[in-house]
Design a binder for this molecule. Structure first.
Ligand code: ZN
Length: 237
């Protein structure tokens, strides 16, 4: 089976945690749902950072170390190749923060939930590349001296409206020629989970590729393929 892509087709891909999991990116939630005795929602929030920035930086430093130990999988590579072939008729929206799509060669993407290898000052807000770990001393802004935090969209925070605008504009411009591929995502996190409905509203086609398609999400797609993205995407593309 392969995707029927003619010269008019525009592809929008949405990736989620399943794609990262296939590379071995750990979720940092134990079987009790906790990380070192804390709820992840508590360390990944503005309130958690205000209360204990050292704990939050320990969490993200461990995540940076873990992400650098894994590699892009064949699913990441297949998407980068598809982008090479389709150019501006391809766009990727990822909910993953681990940087694996970029390491695989993707360029035309938005990172909806932020970037693990970026930090930003809580006052200046301008993100900058940062792969350092902070276990003992905490980073300070070189411009204003205020605290520096991971550039991640935390629980309770809004997604970057510019990112959402880019995705919606792409969908609107593609119209009926749009092929939407949701990969490794369970449709639990908004607004990413609502993209399939936006696609349907403009007459596009939508496919879901997931190891375990969820009952509340899968019926909203034209086609559902159960399986690993690293095994399915290379064949489709
Ligand atoms: Zn600053």
């Amino acid at each position: 089976m392969a995707l029927a892509l003619d010269g008019e087709t525009r592809v929008l891909v949405l990736t989620g945690a399943g794609v990262s999991a296939e590379s071995g990116v750990p979720t940092f939630r134990g079987i009790d749902g906790l990380w070192e005795g804390n709820r992840v929602e508590e360390v990944a929030s503005p309130e958690g950072f205000a209360k204990d920035p050292k704990l939050v930086w320990r969490f993200y430093s461990l995540r940076r170390e873990a992400a650098l130990k894994v590699s892009p999988n064949p699913g990441h590579v297949a998407l980068a190749k598809l982008e090479q072939r389709m150019g501006e008729r391809f766009f990727l929206a990822t909910q993953n923060v681990d940087g694996l799509h970029v390491r695989a060669g993707s360029h035309r993407l938005v990172t909806m939930h932020g970037e693990l290898f970026e930090s930003k000052c809580v006052s200046c807000q301008k993100p900058f590349a940062d792969s350092k770990t902070y276990f003992d001393t905490l980073p300070k802004c070189e411009t204003c001296g205020d605290a520096v935090r991971p550039n991640i969209v935390w629980f309770g925070e809004m997604l970057d409206p510019a990112h959402l605008q880019r995705i919606s504009s792409y969908i609107a411009a593609a119209g009926k020629k749009l092929l939407f591929l949701a990969v490794g995502t369970s449709g639990n996190v908004h607004p990413a989970a609502g993209l399939v409905d936006e696609v349907k509203a403009i007459g596009g086609t939508s496919w879901l590729i997931d190891v375990d398609p969820t009952a509340h999400y899968a019926p909203r797609f034209d086609r559902v393929i159960a399986g690993k993205s690293g095994e399915i995407l290379p064949g489709l593309i």
